[in-house]
Design a protein around this ligand. Sequence first.
Ligand SMILES: Nc1ncnc2c1ncn2[C@@H]1O[C@H](COP(=O)(O)OP(=O)(O)OP(=O)(O)O)[C@@H](O)[C@H]1O
Ligand SMILES: [Mg+2]
Length: 471
Amino acid sequence: MMLVRSVANELIPHQLRSYLYSAFRYFFTPLSPDLTLAIDERCGMSKNQVYEAAEVYLSTRISPKTERLKLSKTRKQKHFTIGLEKGELVVDGFEDVRLTWRFVCTEGQKPHGGEKKHFELSFNKKHKDKVLDFYLPYVFLKAEEIKKQDKMIKLYSRQCPFSCEDDNERRGGSWGSIILEHPATFDTLAMDPALKKMIIDDLEMFLRRKAYYKKVGKAWKRGYLLYGPPGTGKSSLVAAMANYLKFDIYDLGLTSVRSDAELRRTLLSTTNRSILLIEDIDCSSEVLERQMRNKNKKLPDKTGQLTLSGILNCIDGLWSSCGDERIIVFTTNYKDRIDPALLRPGRMDLHINMSYCTTDGFRLLASNYLGISSKHNPFFAEIDSLLNSTEATPAEAAEELMKSDDPNIALQGLVNFLKRKRDEADDETENKATGCGEVDSSVRRLNAIVSRVKRLKTNVDRRKIMMRKRK
Ligand SMILES: Nc1ncnc2c1ncn2[C@@H]1O[C@H](COP(=O)(O)OP(=O)(O)OP(=O)(O)O)[C@@H](O)[C@H]1O
Ligand SMILES: [Mg+2]
C-alpha cells in the first residue's frame, strides 16, 4: 500500500491527486440517513411563522435531559415562559417518527451584526413527507392552542424612527409594544344592544370563514369604520374587539409614516390575528394632503407620496398576499370630512355609528358603575326623559356616575348635568335664531380642538411610558 501511494505521489500531480481523493471520499462515505431542516427566525423582513410556532411549542416539550433553560415572566402573565438556551436539544416523537430539535445562535454578519437564531429539526429522511404534511401543521396547531391559553393582548405603537436602537427592529418597522390593559369588553360598552349583537355576530362569522374567503379568492380581512362624536366609545369598542378576539392592536399613526416604502415595511412587520387601528382618519387625511402639497411644491416627481387611497391599496395588496385574520379599523369624529376613497362601497365592510348615550346605554352604565338597576329607582324615569331630549355622550354620563359611591348622589349629579346641557342647547337654539350662532359655533370648534389636543397628549404620554418601559 505504501509503495502504491509513493508511486502515485510521484506520477500524479498534486491538484489532480487531491481531487481524486475527495471524489473517492464522496462516493464511498455512507450517506447520512437523517435530514435536517434549518428554521430561521426571520424570512427577509418578516418573522418566520414556523420559527415562532416552534418556539412556543417547544416550551412545552422540555425533556429531562435538557440542562439549561431560559425563564421569564411579566407582571401580567399567568405562567412562566420557558425557552431553550443556546445549543440545547429537545427530542420529540410523532407517531413512529423520532425528531430532534436544536436551538442554534450564531453571530450575525456585519454591518448589522447581532445574534442570528434558528432551530434545526432532524429526523430520518424517509419521514420527510410525514413531517412536512402532518408534524409541522400539528406544531402550528399546538402553538396556537398554547398562545390562546396564555395570551397577553398587546398594543403596538410606532416608535420615533430616530429613537430606535435595535437595528433589526428598525428594519422591521419599529413597533414598540405594551400589554393592553384596557378593561373595555362588550359587556361594559354602553351602546345599542342590537348594534352590539350585530358587531359580535359579524366578528364571529369572520373568524369562522377562513375556507369561505379562500374559496371566493378574497383576503381574509374585515374593515370597520367607527364614527361618532368624541367620548362615544370608538376607542373603547376597538379595545373590546381586541379583548373579545384576543387579537393584538397595531395603532398606526399615519402622520408618522413618511413614505410608501416605510408604510410597506411597517405593515409587513405586523402579525396575523391582529387589528390595525388608524384613529382620527379625518385629521390624518388633512395632514397627508398637506404633506403631499408641500412635497409637490418642492418635488415635481410624485413618487413616494402618501395618499389615503394609496395606503388602502397598499394594505389590500399586502394582505391579499401575506395576511390572514386581519381586521382594520378606522375611527373619525366627522364621517362627512373623510376621503371618499374610504367610503366607497366594498372598502369598509361595516360603518358603525357610535351615538350619544341612549336610555339602554345609561342602564348598562348604571349597573356597571353603581351596581344598580332601574327597579324602583325614582331617578331613572327623569334621566330617561332628559336623555331623550339632550345629547350627552356615554363618557360624560360615566364621568358623572363615578363622582360618588352613593348611587342617589351620583344619579342626582347626572340629572343636574343633563339639565345644564339641555339648557345650554336651548340657549344655543335661541342664539341661532337671534344671530349669535357664529360665536357659539366658534366656541364649539374650540372645544373640539381642546378635546383633540387632550387626546393627542394622552397618546404622547402613553408612548413616553412605553419608551421608559423599554429602557
Ligand atoms: N359607549 C361607551 N360605553 C362605556 N363607556 C364609554 C363609552 N363611551 C365612552 N366611554 C367612557 O369614556 C371614555 C372615553 O371613551 P373613548 O375613548 O372610547 O371615546 P372615543 O369615542 O374614542 O373618543 P375620541 O373620539 O375622543 O377618541 C372611556 O374610557 C369609557 O370610560
Ligand atoms: Mg378614541
